[in-house]
Design a binder for this molecule. Structure first.
Ligand code: CP
Length: 314
């Protein structure tokens, strides 16, 4: 386990972090990985601490891995969903959060369909708020686990070329990865249909932008494919799944453009046959399931680093 260094109270997105802080999170996550390989997969680090996990949107990976991470650190967890909470009876989000605060938790993990909700709660609550994905804004823990996975295979992030392909405009994963990877010295090339590329991406994030996948994938050390975020699109932005797969999907032929040892990433959920040819899901270059494994380690690191423990007072 690494020492603690100073971090902002809340994890909203990676723009608030220095490259040193990001490296420290990745180093801490790496040191926690072995806990999940022990026969008894638990350390007492957060014993007596309470983590509230509030998901206002569906999730498999993020929700489960935050819960697993907290349990592996011996924290207690309680989970709340929108439909099971009194939000459905008209209570405001802030009132709900203040009622959670009255039970004296040590951290709140929140996923919400509206951008800005974790930041709003962080400003109004006394304990750390961790963003587990807010609208199309940010998904910082996903970007951190992606960076850990790439660093694990490549030994570094600095100087690598990473391609991100798909629905960039609606993807919080793309946004957090663009911020994080560029901060860590990687070159990022994004590609997607013009209807799925936001205006000003190159200037805002320092990335290369293409409307075809080939130049983005050319010479890449990693290729990250994204799901089309139908739930965040207001109208049809492409002719159909078959056409999308033909022009933008990652298949063996397009993968030949990347470096021979390039890794294939996907944050999940994967729509096999649309953005990713099924033959590549299990390809030896695919790190899609190691990404999930690393998600637990990254979330353990963040809970450890952001929650005050008696050892922090010396
Ligand atoms: N990558 C990701 O956020 O997956 P879930 O929606 O299943 O949490």
């Amino acid at each position: 386990m690494t020492d603690k260094i100073n971090f902002p109270k809340d994890l909203i997105d990676l723009d608030a972090y220095t490259p040193e802080q990001i490296s420290h999170i990745l180093d801490t996550a790496e040191s926690f990985k072995e806990v999940s390989e022990r026969e008894i997969k638990k350390v007492p680090t957060l014993r007596g601490k309470l983590v509230v996990i509030f998901f206002h949107e569906n999730s498999t990976r993020t929700r489960l891995s935050f819960e697993v991470a907290a349990k592996r650190l011996s924290a207690d967890t309680v989970a709340l969903s929108a439909s099971g909470s009194s939000l459905s009876k008209g209570e405001s989000l802030l009132d709900t959060a203040k009622n959670i605060e009255a039970m004296n938790p040590d951290a709140l993990v929140i996923r919400h369909g509206a951008s800005g909700v974790p930041s709003f709660l962080g400003r109004n609550l006394s304990f750390p708020v961790l963003n587990a994905g807010d609208g199309a804004h940010a998904h910082p823990t996903q970007a951190l686990l992606d960076m850990l996975t790439i660093r694990e295979v490549k030994g570094r992030l600095d100087g690598l070329k990473i391609a991100i392909i798909g629905d960039i405009a609606h993807s919080r994963v793309a946004r957090s990865n663009m911020i994080g990877l560029v901060k860590m010295g990687a070159k990022v090339a994004v590609a997607g249909p013009p209807s799925m590329l936001a205006v000003g991406l190159a200037e805002a994030y320092g990335v290369e932008v293409y409307t075809r996948p080939e130049p983005a994938i050319e010479g890449a050390d990693g290729v990250m494919m994204l799901r089309i975020q139908m739930e965040r699109q207001s109208g049809a932005l492409f002719p159909g799944a078959r056409e999308y797969a033909r022009v933008y999907g990652l298949n063996k032929e397009r993968m030949k453009l990347a470096k021979d040892d390039a890794v294939i990433l996907h944050p999940g959920p994967v729509n096999q046959g649309v953005e990713l040819d099924p033959s590549l899901y299990d390809d030896e270059r695919s790190v899609i399931l190691p990404q999930v494994t690393n998600g637990v380690a990254v979330r353990m690191a963040l809970l450890y680093l952001l929650i005050d423990t008696p050892s922090d007072q010396g």
